[in-house]
Design a protein around this ligand. Structure first.
Ligand code: NDP
Length: 463
């Protein structure tokens, strides 16, 4: 393949690559693959493991741990369905070993994707030297375009004793299963890990600094999920935050801001993530950052330097793997496919793998009221059929938000088993701007939780 070249001023400049991607996570790998398919000569740098947060220490291992933790409840429920389960016990070591094997397998698949698409992998940290030059390990390479896809990393507040705390990164590799766990935070990661440790048998206390967990979610979902997770045995405390953490002979002593003292074996901070933009050399070339350190980009993911682009969590638009992948594909088509394309960040469905799950797409009620003034609300809370024999107290919740002027459904929020699976298809309906009348004209699948979405007829009227 001839060397990629560009005309700068009157000179023809030759580069080692058309594209140099920094960060081999979901977004970076997808952008590399598609760009290569469109004829670009591509290289990618990764300082840790190919696959990125989602595959190596995020969505994938997290979901495997969620599966593991659900069995305890399933064993209990099984008795009401006639099963004799006998004594059960759980081996954390086996779970972590099997999870690691699966992550190794996926890591191998990601390597193959790069190999099969002729993407050169540099297994080293890369920094930007100038707008066309990257230092990677001991080498210096040039590229016509640079794509920053470096993701984010957990942040922990500056609390005395924070060195005794772990983040989600370490939670996946604990040597021993902690019998008592404190989880700090009320976002996706905190809620998911509180559920994982609780299901696996730990005594879990979740501390949230403000009033309602899951900031930004619909208020009904926040309230409903809080109740459900408390019913499962998680000691969820709001307006509660650690003031200091001390190591003791029997574990950790955590003093809260209100003076309360808790003993625990592990304290997990899930207090947000920050974009990985430190020491990348961005200041060398004038790539501007937002106040929180995220890279500023146009809708087409172009930074303030014309040949440097950025996608995924490092841009802090919507920090979800499938969003990074879409942004990566849009980047490749824009730059190498000659088709200007911006990812559409509206109506992105997402799920929290809490127990029970949350599935959500579109606007919350508060956002819809702000945008449309009046809105129609449909809500349903009910006992899932599985609970009828077990006597379990778990409830499910479905909420629809409709713009009354157009009849378009602008938000759907679900709490219940398989909410993640359900919300995916509802996302298509919202993308198509489906109306409430079209939801109503859709025949329900019976008996299912999902049928509630198409069978609610009575508007909710506040008492
Ligand atoms: P979030 O930003 O969602 O939540 C951070 C939580 O920590 C909030 O409850 C916040 O409180 C609290 N917090 C922040 N700073 C402090 C502090 N100094 N002391 C105490 N509490 C604090 O971050 P996560 O780490 O949970 O997740 C990061 C992103 O990763 C998510 O936004 C999501 O996009 C993505 N993700 C998606 C998943 C999925 O799709 N299922 C799973 C996991 C992550 P407050 O509300 O008051 O700000």
């Amino acid at each position: 393949m001839p060397s990629p070249a560009s005309v700068i001023g009157n000179c023809k400049v030759e580069f080692d690559y058309d594209l140099f991607v920094i960060g081999a996570g979901s977004g970076g790998v997808r952008a590399s693959r598609i760009s290569s398919g469109l004829g670009a000569k591509v290289a990618i740098a990764e300082e840790f493991r190919v696959g990125g947060t989602c595959v190596i220490r995020g969505c994938v291992p997290k979901k495997l741990l969620v599966y593991a933790s659900h069995f305890s409840e399933d064993f209990e429920d099984a008795a009401a369905y006639g099963w004799t389960v006998g004594e059960t016990s759980h081996s954390w070591k086996t779970l972590i070993h099997n999870k690691d094997k699966e992550i190794d397998r996926l890591n191998g698949i990601y390597h193959n994707i790069l190999d099969n698409n002729n993407v050169t992998l540099y297994q080293a940290r890369a920094t930007i030297v100038d707008k066309n030059t990257v230092r990677v390990g001991e080498e210096t390479v040039t590229a016509k375009y640079i794509l920053i896809a470096t993701g984010g990393a957990p942040v922990m507040p500056d609390v005395p004793g924070i060195e005794h705390a772990i983040s989600s990164n370490e939670a996946f590799h604990l040597e021993e299963f902690p019998k008592r766990v404190i989880v700090v935070g009320g976002g996706y990661i905190a809620v998911e890990f509180a559920g994982i440790f609780n299901g696996l048998g730990a005594d879990v206390t979740q501390l949230y600094r403000s009033t309602q967990i899951l900031r930004g979610f619909d208020a009904d979902i926040q309230m409903f999920l809080s109740e459900e997770i408390r019913k499962k045995g998680i000691d969820l405390r709001t307006h509660s935050n650690p003031a200091k953490i001390e190591k003791t002979d029997s574990g950790l002593k955590v003093t809260l801001e209100d003076g309360d003292v808790l003993e625990t074996d592990a304290i997990l901070y899930a207090t947000g993530r920050k974009p990985n933009t430190d020491n990348l050399g961005l200041e060398n070339v004038g790539v501007e950052l937002k106040e929180n350190g995220a890279v500023k980009v146009t809708p087409e993911s172009q930074t303030t330097v014309d040949n440097i682009y950025a996608i995924g969590d490092v841009t802090d638009r919507i920090a979800l793997t499938p969003v990074a992948i879409h942004e990566g594909m849009a980047f490749a088509e824009t730059v190498f496919g000659n088709r200007l394309r911006a990812m559409d960040h509206e109506n992105v469905p997402s799920a929290v793998f809490s127990q029970p799950q949350v599935g959500t797409v579109g606007l919350t009620e508060a956002e819809a009221r702000e945008k449309f003034g009046e809105v129609d609300i449909y809500k349903s809370q009910f006992r899932p059929m599985k609970m009828t024999l077990t006597g379990g107290t778990e409830q499910a919740f479905v909420k629809l938000i409709v713009d009354p002027k157009t009849d378009i459904v602008v938000g759907v929020h679900i709490v219940g088993a398989d909410a993640a699976e359900i919300i995916q298809s509802v996302g298509i309906a919202l993308k198509c701007k489906a109306t409430k009348a079209q939801f109503d004209a859709t025949v329900g699948v019976h008996p299912s939780l999902a049928e509630e979405i198409v069978t609610m007829r009575e508007k909710f009227v506040a008492a």
